[in-house]
Write a protein that binds this ligand. Structure first.
Ligand code: ATP
Ligand code: MG
Length: 430
């Protein structure tokens, strides 16, 4: 026997027992986005490699070592998207969504691909829900994005389990001045820095600030402070953002070490973190990136957005809170223990119920089998009720309704087939 084929490492399946939670989270999130006037954009999973090199930047973890890049049959270099912002900007430019100072509030969700070391909350194929806004330069939209995420945590019962960290990283010029000072300071300690940070000292020094090495962090304690280098505009916008968050009672801490490694980021950066998921604690991360649209060939357009990791979000829900109602939960299991002559009657009755009750989840038993074995399946299905159509019942023009759970589990009553759609409607009216 040949070995069976397994899924690729770090690219797991989501099984039926998990997809209920995912569907619930996704529908709560997308409903919320809709209610704030955000529109969905659906983007391809594969893009030209150059798009990511030009947007994310050559000297980043993602581009240096995490991308799935390959040549297609036409010898073009393509990449499985590692994140969604680049494609979203590319599409917005290509389809002129940003012309004439248009504002856009967009969201997308789907799989992203990064060649990382798989562990809990870190996969090679993972899923993000991303939100991007374009054409608004002021901190009110930064605040809206943050409050939007906060509403989502509330609806998912997570508001006490994630903490908001915010920072401003100023303009590119301010950051460059800071970068010089930081490199001057750190060069004196070069040999004591962790390996990644030593490398970054030349390639991407700001990223050293969020190094996970304790030794590096202790060296950083006396490093220059980015906030001493900030331009006035960034400072004023940051004060405005904090004021709006205060007014809306959204708790946050300012973390001056919070940076995003990419040059196109500026001003506001933020992360929602939890301590319930070990090292993979960032559930949602975002910031302002006023430089990206022009970097990708457009006129300058201010932009700010965030992306959340859906695996981490679902793990967190499972860890700390009661999961939302499972949309796949069965309501009814329709048992058909009838001979062939009566079978069509039973199946027609089931369809009349569905027609009148589109939101009731019902399985109609297929494949025959004894009454007893079907009832076993009904019990196991998790449905709240069984409808039982045996030959005897069908002969009398009725079907039996039997609660499967709670203290009424024994009581069973016959319902006339014509009444079924209405009775089921009443039953689930609440
Ligand atoms: P990390 O520091 O955890 O690697 P990141 O800075 O690379 O995160 P972003 O690019 O900001 O992550 O992506 C936004 C969010 O997507 C993260 O906060 C996280 O929730 C999720 N995410 C990123 N990479 C992965 C991954 N490999 N597996 C699962 N979720 C991920
Ligand atoms: Mg990463």
């Amino acid at each position: 026997m040949s070995a069976s084929i397994q899924h690729i490492k770090g690219m797991p399946d989501l099984l039926p027992e998990q997809t209920g939670l995912w569907q619930a989270v996704e529908s709560i999130a997308t409903g919320l986005l809709q209610s704030y006037g955000y529109n969905e954009i659906r983007l391809p999973i594969v893009e030209y490699t150059d798009l990511f090199k030009r947007s994310i930047g050559e000297v980043t973890d993602i581009v240096e070592k995490e991308m799935y890049t390959f040549r297609d049959r036409n010898e073009e270099s393509l990449t499985l998207r590692p994140e969604g912002t680049a494609g979203c900007v590319r599409a917005s430019l290509q389809h002129r969504l940003l012309d004439n100072q248009q504002q856009q509030r967009l969201w997308y969700k789907g799989p992203m691909f990064r060649y990382e070391k798989p562990q809990k909350g870190r996969q090679r194929q993972f899923h993000q829900l991303g939100v991007e806004t374009f054409g608004i330069a002021t901190a009110d939209i930064d605040a809206e994005l943050i409050v939007l995420a906060y509403r989502l945590w509330q609806r998912l019962g997570l508001q006490d389990h994630v903490a908001l960290q915010i920072n401003t990283i100023g303009s590119l010029e301010a950051r460059n001045a800071f970068k010089t000072a930081l490199v001057d300071y750190l060069t004196a300690f070069k040999d004591d820095l962790d390996e990644d940070s030593q490398r970054r000292l030349e390639s991407n020094p700001l990223r050293i600030l969020d190094s996970k090495s304790e030794r590096t962090q202790s060296i950083l304690e006396n490093a220059p402070d980015l906030h001493d280098y900030l331009d006035e505009d960034a400072q004023a916008e940051f004060e405005r953002l904090k004021g709006l968050l205060d007014a809306m009672s959204i708790p946050y801490t300012v973390n001056t070490r919070l940076v995003r490694g990419l040059d196109y980021y500026n001003k506001t950066v933020f992360e929602w973190v939890t301590d319930a998921l070990g090292a993979q604690g960032t559930v949602c991360a975002g910031g302002r990136y006023d430089g990206l649209v022009s970097q990708l060939g457009g006129k300058p357009v201010p932009a700010v957005g965030f992306a959340m990791g859906l695996e981490r979000l679902c793990l967190l829900i499972a860890e700390v809170t009661e999961p939302p109602a499972d949309p796949q939960q069965l309501d009814i299991y329709f048992v058909i223990a009838a001979d062939t002559a009566h079978y069509a009657r039973a199946m027609t009755a089931a369809e009349s119920i569905r027609h009148a009750n589109p939101s009731v989840n019902m399985v109609t038993h297929c494949g025959g089998g004894s009454f007893k074995s079907q009832m076993k399946k009904a019990d196991k299905s998790g449905a709240a009720f069984a409808l039982i159509a045996g030959s005897n019942e069908l002969e009398q023009g009725v079907v039996a309704l039997k609660p499967l759970r709670g203290d009424k589990a024994q009581e069973q009553q016959n319902i006339a087939i014509e009444q079924l759609p209405e009775v089921i409607k009443q039953l689930f009216a609440a």
